[in-house]
Design a protein around this ligand. Structure first.
Ligand code: BGC
Length: 740
């Protein structure tokens, strides 16, 4: 049973005393030991692990998941070292452990914090069963560039959605008591700005003005602190000339100073020594100095701290107080995890891997993550018996590994149920199925099986085309410059189209892809991301109408890569584009004066709108929005207003919808985005049911970081929309005044 809030508070006070007492007994060498994390058997990890554990030279290990080995390491650390300090055992548990959930970007498409929290809880229990007590998730880097491979690991482009889902993930991993069985410490990463790497190239430079850092990139991290996250990880990237791992401003001034974060900060993988490669330092000693002075408490997988911190303290460059502060923060987390009381893992005390509950949560998450991008003439769901035969074509219809997505260190591929397997078991012999893989993998060219695929399509009543990216095409160090369907997939789509049958594309991918060249060639598109272990049954249920799609895009889908960065919360600019102010390259009149081109913010060779906007996602029913209203025409600072609208299910199918609330602050001392998501709610409506949905907005919800770098709410006019995407049309307005 979990502890009450009062008990947790008392325990915190007791922990402070225990940390102080323990610190008082530690030698400087032992303290520095706590600041080192090693990966046994690799890189800079010492071969003599046992010896170093006994000497108290290691605070944490990473990437060991054998529970017997981990129990043995804990035994040496706690029973054979002088002070018996247990180890933090770190592992990337990004979207599941054995049971794999949709990639985080897919989970974001559920817009369902409670479900994301449940998934993290399942993952925490499975990881804890293996002896892991610390994970490096959630990744809450705002990502507005689908070229970046790590957008797959993110919750997308939106400040509010990322903040809410990041906090939910922290709660799921940590529970309300870190010491409870099945809780593990979470890590908010990568602080800060990693998602803004130039041209989406992983590890590249970022340049982010302070107001944007504070209004966009920092906010999910601040929410993670508020949610009680135990640790932070620095970013690999250079931030405005000072790599994040050596950046005192973000780590010390903001994170510790302004936000009062009392957990600890770990570097990213060897990122302290990389300060030298960045060109910030001359050697590892200087790197250790810069990172420690900036506020990095633990070094992941490098040896700059273990080799140089002692000398830096003895030479007077780093104070012992700085070391004490770092070590105290690390010890606090170890105490909070209850590791001093029980460092060992008894797998039998935790639920089995991939038990029925875990698989159900994974299935529900996959179901809610799938976004119906288009559905011409009700092509979906497939009706039985009208569809007597079905061609299932494509390299991702039956790929147990690929559907799991990136970062699945411990994922069990054998648990995967593929769409092909799920459809077979769902339809039995009621539908004749013809499966053709058509391509070896998503990148293949010269595909001899295309003719077979076209023949299967011609002989069937409808075609399900499984397209997209294999998991290796997204994730860390897997950025792409061209984010169209790889290989000859577009050609496959055109060939299948020519067979003249209804074509339904199911796309499995780690990012928003540019789909302009295929979007008109298919009748419907289900965007399934990498849906995880239970992706197959979820997709089968949606294809055959056992459930209606309810996912909504967590990131804008560009038409062409050159539109990037394109996101819903852009600024208006002084010359915003509109239908009247644009011209297409093919329609330029060489004899007309230049001014007739319109002079607004657009590209000549594509539309200024995205292919699919943020928040978009269709359903098998039709949801209507009307009667948006504000509870008052004006509110004073400190007050709350209620914004309501009626949402009606106009169809004959019960279904879920994510209702979204957006605002625009029309005039401010720093220009504000044209729309900002301020609330969302997943609702379920019966056929023809109508519900009034209320959103409470406090004026604090309208705050932004102003010119002084502090949150401000400026009186003035606000527009507010409620709808089913960021293109919501139902709008009203209210005014914020100083006093009433
Ligand atoms: C990644 C981190 C990850 C770490 C440990 C790094 O390369 O950037 O996100 O937690 O490796 O695996």
């Amino acid at each position: 049973m979990s502890a009450s809030k009062a008990e947790v508070l008392d325990r915190r006070k007791a922990i402070t005393r225990r940390v102080e007492t323990l610190l008082g007994q530690m030698t400087l060498v032992e303290k520095i030991g706590q600041m080192s994390q090693v990966e046994p058997g690799h890189g800079h990890a010492p071969d003599n692990l046992g010896e170093r554990l006994r000497a108290g030279l290691i605070g944490s290990v990473i990437n060991v998941v054998d529970v017997d080995i981990l129990n043995e390491l804990q035994r040496i650390a706690t029973e054979e070292s002088r002070l018996g300090i247990p180890l933090l055992i770190g592992r990337d548990v990004i979207h599941g452990f054995k049971t794999i959930f949709p990639i985080p970007l897919g989970q974001a498409a559920t817009w369902n914090p409670a479900l994301v929290e449940q998934g993290a809880r399942v993952a925490a229990r499975e990881a804890a069963r293996s002896g892991v007590n610390w994970t490096f998730a959630p990744m809450i880097d705002i990502s507005r560039d689908a070229r970046w491979g790590r957008i797959a690991e993110s919750y997308g482009e939106c400040v509010l959605l990322t903040s809410e889902l990041g906090a939910a993930t922290v709660r799921g991993f940590q529970g309300d008591d870190l010491a409870a069985s099945g809780s593990i410490a979470a890590c908010a990463k990568h602080f800060a700005g990693y998602g803004a790497v130039e041209s989406g190239r992983d590890y590249a430079t970022t340049n982010i003005p302070d107001t944007k850092l504070r209004n966009v990139y920092f906010r999910p991290f601040q929410a993670a602190v508020d949610a009680g996250v135990s640790t932070f990880m620095t970013s690999f990237s250079d931030l405005n000339g000072v790599p994040a791992t050596g950046n005192k401003y973000i780590l010390d001034d903001v994170l510790r100073g302004e936000w009062a974060f009392d957990g600890f900060v770990v570097s990213d993988w060897d990122s302290i020594r990389q300060l030298n490669i960045h060109g910030l330092t001359e050697n590892d000693r200087e790197s250790a100095y810069e990172a420690c002075s900036a506020g990095v408490d633990m070094e992941m997988a490098g040896d700059a701290y273990s080799n140089h911190l002692l000398g830096l303290v003895e030479g007077g460059d780093v104070s012992e107080e700085a070391i004490d502060a770092a070590v105290s923060r690390i010890l606090r987390v170890k105490f909070e995890l209850g590791l001093f009381e029980n460092p060992y893992t008894d797998p039998g005390s935790l639920p089995d891997f991939a038990n029925a509950e875990a698989l159900n949560v994974a299935r529900e998450a996959a179901l809610q993550s799938v976004v119906l991008l288009k559905n011409d003439d009700g092509a979906l769901p497939l009706a039985v018996p009208e569809t007597a035969s079905l061609a299932i074509i494509g390299p991702l219809a039956d790929a147990t590994y690929e559907q799991l997505g990136t970062w699945i260190f411990d994922g069990d591929e054998s648990l995967s149920i593929t769409p092909l397997a799920a459809i077979r078991s769902l339809v039995g012999d009621t539908i004749e199925l013809r499966y053709v893989r058509a391509m070896e993998n998503s990148r293949s060219r010269a595909n001899p099986e295309f003719d077979v695929a076209v023949a299967a399509a011609s002989e069937s009543d409808a075609v399900l085309l499984f397209l997209g990216e294999e998991s290796i095409l997204s994730g860390e160090a897997h950025s792409r410059a061209d984010i169209g369907l790889p290989g000859d997939q577009a050609e496959l789509v055109r060939r299948i189209r020519a067979a003249g049958k209804p074509v339904i594309a199911v796309i499995l991918a780690g990012r928003p892809l540019t789909l302009s060249d295929v979007v008109d060639e298919v009748d419907a598109i289900l965007y399934a991301w990498h849906p995880g272990t239970m992706g197959g049954p979820a997709i089968a249920d949606l294809v055959f109408g056992n459930a209606s799609p309810s996912g909504k895009l967590p990131a804008t889908f560009p038409r062409v890569v050159g539109q990037i960065p394109i996101y819903y919360s852009q600024k208006n600019g002084g010359k915003p584009p509109s239908k009247e102010t644009i011209v297409h390259i093919d329609e330029i009149d060489p004899f007309a004066p230049q001014t007739s081109l319109g002079m607004s913010a657009f590209h000549l060779d594509t539309c200024f709108t995205p292919l699919f906007p943020f928040g978009h996602g269709l359903s098998y029913t039709r949801f209507g929005y009307e009667h948006i209203r504000a509870s008052a025409a004006e509110i004073a600072l400190g007050e709350t207003i209620t914004i309501s609208a009626e949402v009606c299910n106009h169809g004959d199918l019960e279904a879920e919808e994510v209702v979204q609330l957006y605002t625009r602050d029309l005039v401010a001392s720093i220009t504000r985005p044209v729309k900002e998501l301020k609330g969302f709610r997943r609702i379920r409506l019966a056929p023809l049911e109508k519900q009034t949905i209320d959103f409470e907005l406090h004026t604090d919800d309208l705050a932004f970081y102003g010119r002084e770098g502090r949150p401000v709410v400026e009186p003035g006019l606000f527009h507010v929309w409620i709808g089913g995407s960021s293109d919501a049309e139902q709008r009203t307005e209210f005014r914020v005044v100083q006093h009433r």
